[in-house]
Design a protein around this ligand. Structure first.
Ligand SMILES: [Zn+2]
Length: 225
């Protein structure tokens, strides 16, 4: 438990927390850039398709214009036919204008998003620098505490070696579930889970023979001394 405490302390220093936060920010920035880039690609494809469409519309408009010019010089052409042709050209022009507007909006979006990508890259570079700096501090912290943690690890091994393999195995199994696998018996209760121990268990425990576990939480029981 002492080793757990030391490791936990090392894992939760302000600098470690800062490092974790910076890592998260870095990942978010990368994701943002990726999503921006995907968006730009899509919009560029839209822009290319739209530009082609615009060219086609303009060509169509020119042809209509030519037609109209011919009609205007053709004496056999009726006023109704000319009006029809003008109407058709107006409609075409509306489509051209609306497409132009949409293309210019797309261009604007691409421009803005490209700027946002640049900005995010700059922010990302700063985050990366902060991250590297925090990493260095964290590494220093780790090196500083290494001797203490190494000693605690040796203690764990030394104490473990004094126990019977069976007890050690049980201890490790319970430890996977609870950080404190050993519980004191206080007022005939398990201090780990707080449950009253059955008479039978108390008797066995009082006899001092063997390893007694709490029937509720399975922690190894020890004397309250
Ligand atoms: Zn218990």
């Amino acid at each position: 438990m002492e080793l757990d405490k030391l490791q936990k302390e090392l894992e939760s220093t302000p600098e470690r927390q800062k490092l974790r936060k910076l890592r998260k920010v870095l990942m978010e920035q990368t994701e943002k850039i990726d999503s921006y880039k995907t968006g730009v690609k899509e919009k560029e494809a839209e822009l290319a398709a739209g530009t082609q469409k615009l060219e086609a519309l303009l060509k169509e408009y020119d042809l209509e214009q030519d037609d109209l010019n011919i009609m205007l010089e053709d004496e056999e052409c009726t006023a109704a036919e000319i009006t029809e042709s003008r109407k058709s050209m107006e409609k075409l022009l509306e489509r051209v204008n609306s497409l132009k507007k949409s293309l210019s909006e797309t261009q604007e979006w691409i421009k803005k998003t490209t700027e946002a990508i640049k900005e995010t890259y700059q922010k990302g570079a700063k985050t990366k620098r902060d991250y590297e700096a925090a990493k260095t501090v964290v590494e220093t912290e780790r090196m500083e505490r290494k001797p203490v943690i190494d000693k605690a690890e040796r203690d764990v091994e030394r104490i473990g070696a004094q126990l019977s393999p069976e007890l050690l195995k049980r201890y490790k199994t319970i430890k996977k579930k609870y950080p404190n696998p050993v519980a004191r018996v206080t007022d005939n209760r398990c201090s780990g889970c707080g449950m009253s121990l059955p008479m039978n268990t108390i008797k066995k425990f009082a006899s001092g023979n063997g390893i007694i576990e709490c029937e509720n939480c399975a922690r190894i029981l020890c004397r309250d001394e």
